[in-house]
Ligand binder design. Structure first.
Ligand SMILES: NC(=O)C1=CN([C@@H]2O[C@H](COP(=O)(O)OP(=O)(O)OC[C@H]3O[C@@H](n4cnc5c(N)ncnc54)[C@H](OP(=O)(O)O)[C@@H]3O)[C@@H](O)[C@H]2O)C=CC1
Ligand SMILES: O=C(O)C1=N[C@H](C(=O)O)C[C@H](O)C1
Length: 233
């Protein structure tokens, strides 16, 4: 496959290595202000910045190039992308986290939320830890985890770094040098604590998942997610 990398930062470089090792060719490496011809690519992988993801993705869809996006912090425009993709019969996947481990963790989190939903003695809270270069907080993964809990319990919203609303899930975001991504969900009662935690040891799992998604989407039309790609849940 001829791959366009929209964003050639930490993730773009990690994806390049894995894509080449799986026999693909990188034909475009785009950073800020680079002008590109997206039609050179069979598929595009966007790991850029929150302010550029929407333009990168819509440029692909308007040119009929399937696109995978892992950029976080732009989701207020997600529904607009879905509508465009349907109108143009394009192909698009967004995931807040492309690693197999986190996608299993997402399913575990939903199951646990269901089991805990009637146990009023437990207080729920979450923490995400990332490297100090991360632009957004809370992480996209933490938001997906919170949404999974909200769908399966009486919780109605999440809040960053505080709890001001009775039915909310507080998320603490910590920034520590070089941490690729750690997410924890706690259910705490007076007598015990239940904790589920995912720790990424590097960016390899995210990058491999993104390349697998790019291989999977070729020849398809529609809006998909990582559950479709990995066939889990
Ligand atoms: N879904 C997932 O599994 C994962 C998601 N992420 C997310 O991916 C994104 C990127 O992360 P990361 O690689 O660590 O960040 P980096 O800051 O290392 O890389 C971002 C790159 O995007 C480039 N960029 C800026 N503007 C544009 C533009 N208009 N078009 C294309 N590229 C542009 C930057 O270039 P320049 O330096 O020139 O500004 C930079 O090289 C983040 O949103 C992060 O949260 C990260 C890991 C996993
Ligand atoms: O910015 C990062 O590094 C990461 N971002 C994603 C997120 O916001 O959840 C995924 C992963 O945790 C790494």
């Amino acid at each position: 496959m001829k791959i366009a990398l929209l964003g050639y930062g930490r993730m773009g470089k990690e994806i390049e290595q894995i894509a080449i090792s799986r026999g693909h060719e990188i034909v475009i490496k785009k950073d800020a202000n680079d002008v590109i011809d997206i039609n050179l690519a069979d598929v595009a992988i966007d790991f850029s910045v929150p302010t550029s993801a929407f333009d990168n993705i819509t440029n692909c869809i308007n040119n009929n190039v399937p696109v995978i996006s892992g950029t976080t912090g732009w989701l207020e425009k997600y529904n607009e992308v879905v509508a465009l993709c349907e109108e143009k019969k394009g192909a698009f996947i967004y995931a807040s986290n492309f690693s197999l481990g986190v996608n299993i963790f997402f399913e575990l989190n939903k199951q646990l939320a269901k089991m805990m939903s009637h146990l009023e003695d437990y207080n729920i809270s979450m923490e995400e830890i990332h490297h100090t270069k991360k632009l957004d907080a809370p992480s996209g993964t933490a938001i997906t985890l919170a949404e999974g809990i909200i769908k399966n319990s009486s919780k109605t919203m999440w809040e960053l770094d505080q709890k001001t609303v009775e039915n909310s899930i507080p998320i603490v975001a910590k920034r520590i040098p070089d941490v690729p991504g750690t997410h924890t969900v706690w259910y705490n009662s007076e007598v015990d604590t239940i904790e589920i935690k995912h720790t990424a040891h590097s960016r390899k799992g995210f990058a491999l998942g993104a390349v697998i998604a790019a291989e999977w989407i070729l020849g398809k039309t529609g809006v998909f997610n990582m559950k479709d790609v990995l066939n889990i849940g």
